[in-house]
Ligand binder design. Structure first.
Ligand code: P6P
Length: 337
């Protein structure tokens, strides 16, 4: 029988790749792994357990309807990370302010974690794949003191690790600590993540474009030009591209990792900076995309080079196959010239 490698074994085998103290990454990832397993069990029975579905009748800092599972997932990941005493602070989509751990262990924590506990939560009630996204940075402020805002406002290029969990037809944890991207599939019968997608690489080109075309009228001219380009008939009257949009970024990007393509959430006249958040959605996904050989841009600049100014700031996002993102960026360059 083929010898399967567990996530734990993989981390230990490869922790020499992690540029810091060996046990620290494994401790952080094991906290995320544990929370993901518990969350997975709740998501899988969400249709049966009425205290986990639906809204709590409040909105989060984003002004979005907070689902019970959003709040549950947020508490789960925050508590799991806090318990490992490696983390001095957390920023979460579900928390208006940063969470700073001021106890003895917290002020000596070397890492900052930014997290979107459940991305795509509006899909929970219709049984569409959702996900957790996380980004890990080394703190910039000195040990022994509480984390500062600057620790959280680092450019994405500084990430030491990032990943996502997709709760879909199967549950997968996909992460990188700077040496490529690896995917692990969860076997609930034994409660273990097994290495199923080693060295994930995004195809250099693809034929799938993923965007909410309902907003077409509000897009900028470069985005409209790119969409028109994707939908043109080529000289063989064969349509070279297909549109696919699940409405869950994690699901659309996971498909992009495996099959190639481009996922787009542009800015527009109704969403001046786009919808996706830079720190805990776009940066971790851009880190993974670049690690997998793709590109992630705001149309003019690599996502990872954007210098953040606010915890919940938004950015336009175009990510996926190198040739497709490059083509889109050429539309923006032409619009300037
Ligand atoms: P729209 C989910 O709320 C999310 O942040 C992404 O996961 C998803 O791709 C996008 O928003 C969907 O937004 O405006 O197309 O419904």
């Amino acid at each position: 029988m083929y010898r399967l490698t567990t996530l734990g074994e993989f981390i230990i085998k490869n922790q020499a790749d992690f540029p810091y103290a060996k046990g620290e990454l494994s401790s952080l990832l094991s906290a995320i792994r544990l929370a993901a397993k518990v969350l997975n069990s709740q998501i899988n029975k969400a249709g049966l357990v009425d205290d986990i579905l639906g809204s709590i009748g409040e909105v989060n800092i984003q002004g979005e309807d907070q689902k019970k599972l959003d709040v549950y997932a947020n508490e789960l990941f925050v508590n799991a990370l806090k318990a490992r005493n490696q983390v001095c602070g957390i920023a979460s989509e579900e928390e208006e302010k940063t969470i700073i751990f001021e106890n003895e262990e917290g002020v000596n924590g070397k890492y900052i974690v930014l997290i979107d506990p459940i991305d795509g939560s509006s899909n929970i009630d219709v049984n569409v794949s959702i996900g957790t996204i996380f980004a890990i940075y080394r703190r910039l402020s000195p040990l022994g003191a509480p984390a500062t805002l600057n620790d959280f406002l680092q450019p994405g290029r500084n990430q030491v690790a990032a990943g996502y969990v997709i709760y879909g037809s199967s549950t997968m944890l996909v992460f990188s600590s700077g040496n490529g991207v690896n995917g692990f599939t969860y076997d609930p019968s034994v409660g273990v993540f097994y290495l199923s997608h080693p060295n994930m690489c995004i195809p250099k080109s693809g034929n799938i474009y993923s965007i909410n075309e309902g907003n077409y009228a509000f897009f900028s001219e470069p985005v409209k030009s790119y969409l028109d380009y994707c939908k043109r008939e080529d000289n063989t009257s064969h349509r070279p591209y297909s549109g696919r949009y699940i409405g869950s970024m994690i699901a659309d990007l996971h498909r992009t990792f495996l099959k190639g393509g481009i996922y787009m959430y542009p800015d527009s006249s109704i969403a001046l900076h786009g919808k996706l958040r830079l720190l805990y959605e776009c940066n971790p996904m851009a880190f993974l995309i670049e690690q997998a050989g793709g590109l992630a841009s705001n149309g003019r600049q690599a996502i990872l080079d954007i210098r953040p100014t606010e915890i919940h700031q938004r950015t336009p996002f175009y990510g996926g196959s190198e040739e497709m993102v490059t083509k889109l960026e050429s539309m923006f360059r032409m619009s300037v010239n």
